[in-house]
Design a protein around this ligand. Structure first.
Ligand SMILES: Nc1ncnc2c1ncn2[C@@H]1O[C@H](COP(=O)(O)OP(=O)(O)OP(=O)(O)O)[C@@H](O)[C@H]1O
Ligand SMILES: [Mg+2]
Length: 276
């Protein structure tokens, strides 16, 4: 059963907008003059080598870091102007799947998933209903009473997705959701992300250094009618795409921005090396 998503967005309007965003630490630029937009219901894959600033970019988009200059506008709100208390409220409306999952080892799966709801004083019956609904979406309801240590890496990743979905956010950020997983398990994670995009209209940023993730998201759609993922074929005018773009970060700037089909056609030596 799909997790319904709060629909407070206008289709086609950019939900995520970075305008000339720069950030650095100790006089070293990590991101410099980054501008891009993500429309409602779209996914943008952020590709880059280790240390290129992918996590920093997601944290900026979540208001967990503030830029040195530029604007980060999410759902029409400029995060740069927000006070800390407003940011806390804002963060409740987005889902964040942290790198490595970041589950609390001392808490059960159910308590990990419901963590946020306790801050919102939701009653116990409602908490259980929502936790089960979220776990069912990632096919992990059987692990309700288990602890993270009892789960495989792929299962833990699914639980962290369930946790990010608990408040039915219109925006989800995934930080390297397939890192360290085998190809089959990675594909189940990408399929979940496709379901959220295509069934629930979730807008997202996905950081990865795996090119397969970018192609998996760009070349497939989830078909609700048949309840499975099907490939997308480029039509005659080459305009039939999944709602997914790619952004490659290199040397603190956007090195490439566009469709995966254009990435494939690129003659640029660095991109060719990345593709190889
Ligand atoms: N809070 C911080 N203070 C100082 N430097 C930081 C901080 N956060 C990130 N950095 C630096 O910013 C750079 C980019 O880090 P980031 O974690 O965004 O890389 P990444 O692309 O996510 O890498 P990976 O693929 O390994 O996860 C690194 O050089 C890192 O050391
Ligand atoms: Mg990272």
């Amino acid at each position: 059963m799909p997790v319904p998503v709060t629909n407070e967005v206008v289709p086609g309007e950019p939900l995520i907008r970075f305008e000339n965003v720069s950030i650095g630490f100790d006089d070293v630029d990590v991101l410099r003059d980054i501008s891009f937009e993500v429309g409602a219901g779209e996914t943008t894959t952020i590709l880059g080598e280790s240390g290129s600033g992918k996590t920093v970019l997601l944290k900026l988009a979540a208001g967990l870091l503030r830029p040195n200059s530029g604007r980060v506008v999410i759902m029409g709100h400029d995060l740069v102007d927000m006070k800390e208390v407003e940011l806390l409220d804002f963060r409740r409306r987005i889902g964040f799947v942290f790198q490595e999952g970041a589950l609390f080892d001392s808490l059960s799966v159910a308590d990990n998933v419901s963590f946020r709801l306790h801050e919102e004083s939701v009653n116990a019956d409602e908490v259980e209903t929502r936790v089960r609904q979220s776990l069912r979406f990632v096919e992990m309801e059987h692990a309700y009473d288990k602890f993270p240590a009892e789960l495989s890496g792929g299962m833990r990743r699914r639980v962290s997705i369930a946790r990010a979905l608990i408040d039915q956010p219109p925006i989800v950020y995934y930080d390297s959701p397939t890192a360290g997983l085998d190809p089959v398990t990675s594909q189940t994670i990408i399929t979940l992300i496709l379901r959220l995009r295509d069934l629930n209209g979730v807008t997202s940023l996905l950081a990865t250094h795996r090119l397969q993730d970018a192609f998996g998201l760009a070349n497939f759609v989830f078909e609700p009618g048949i309840n499975r993922v099907v490939p997308i074929w480029e039509d005659a005018d080459g305009k039939h795409f999944a709602p997914t773009k790619v952004l490659v970060i290199r040397d603190a700037t956007i090195y490439f921005q566009g469709q995966t089909t254009d990435l494939l056609k690129s003659e640029d030596p660095y991109l060719r090396q990345f593709l190889a």
